[in-house]
Design a protein around this ligand. Structure first.
Ligand code: V07
Length: 259
């Protein structure tokens, strides 16, 4: 209750955005959107603030975009929050980043539950601090029966690591005789990845102008449409997401065929 009173309400969408949202809903929406949330450090630097201020602001964007994606009717939103390479950053920054899942969930888990959002997680969580693991496990459990948007956080995630883990599991099964090597198909490999229960992303968004994948969902992005924008993640808003969705709707996806 107190939490509900203290939480800052988000501003209502303007009429232009509401119209765009309704128009987009008439056509085929991307069912699964993945986002590489880049540009938080640059956003802070532009304001002579410490990098962590950019991460904090980026967290508010996560809240805003989650709510809007759910309202639009997106089924799955995967957000790249922390990569296996991010441990190389200064300790002070890594320590701060590891507090954000808790901070975010402490503030916003009640509204995620109200919004019927289901929180999921992918990545290698062995190396995360106990306090981070506790917070994410609680959120996953408390939202496991929700059937609205799946909000899937990639946390200590690396796609090559994911593929290595799945190959090990498959080799193990072959060695134990539970599958034979000629049963190794694309579907079998997909079913050993961390996304085994999710659809493949229809749309990948990367903010902040870098045009690369940075070890994100390499297998799953095989047929995904890409949208790169110069907007920094803390500046990314509902209208920016609509730009990406509207552009997606102009493309004709061929999956290697002729339509
Ligand atoms: C992080 C804010 C967004 C921009 C990218 C880097 C910084 C939300 C979470 C989070 C993760 C798990 C969870 C709930 C929230 C988060 C990290 C960084 C490590 F269950 N934002 N955010 N986690 N940033």
């Amino acid at each position: 209750m107190l939490n509900k009173l203290m939480r800052k309400k988000q501003p209502a969408l303007n009429n232009d955005l509401l119209r765009r949202k309704e128009l987009a809903q008439i056509e085929q929406l991307p069912s699964h959107i993945s986002i590489i949330m880049d540009g938080n450090g640059r956003w802070a630097k532009n304001r002579s603030l410490p990098r962590v201020a950019g991460h904090f602001e980026g967290m508010q964007t996560v809240r805003k975009i989650t709510k809007f994606a759910n309202e639009v009717g997106i089924k799955t939103l995967t957000l790249y929050a922390f990569s296996t390479e991010n441990w190389k950053r200064p300790k002070i920054e890594v320590d701060y980043l590891m507090k954000l899942p808790e901070e975010f969930l402490g503030k916003y888990l009640p509204e995620l539950i109200e919004q019927n959002v289901q929180v999921q997680m992918m990545g290698n969580h062995d190396l995360l601090p106990e306090h981070t693991k506790r917070a994410i496990n609680k959120a996953v459990e408390q939202t496991s029966h929700n059937n609205g948007l799946i909000l899937n956080f990639a946390l200590n995630y690396g796609s090559r690591d994911e593929i290595v883990q799945s190959v090990k599991q498959i080799v193990n099964k072959v060695q134990h005789g539970s599958i034979s090597s000629n049963e190794i198909t694309e579907e079998l490999i997909s079913s050993h990845l961390m996304t085994k229960e999710l659809s493949e992303p229809d749309l990948l968004i990367r903010t902040s102008g870098e045009i690369r994948l940075s070890n994100f969902m390499l297998w799953q992005l095989a047929y995904t449409e890409f949208w790169f924008t110069d907007t920094l993640w803390p500046d990314f808003d509902e209208a920016c997401l609509m730009d990406a969705i509207e552009n997606y709707q102009t493309r004709n996806r061929k999956y290697g065929g002729l339509k």
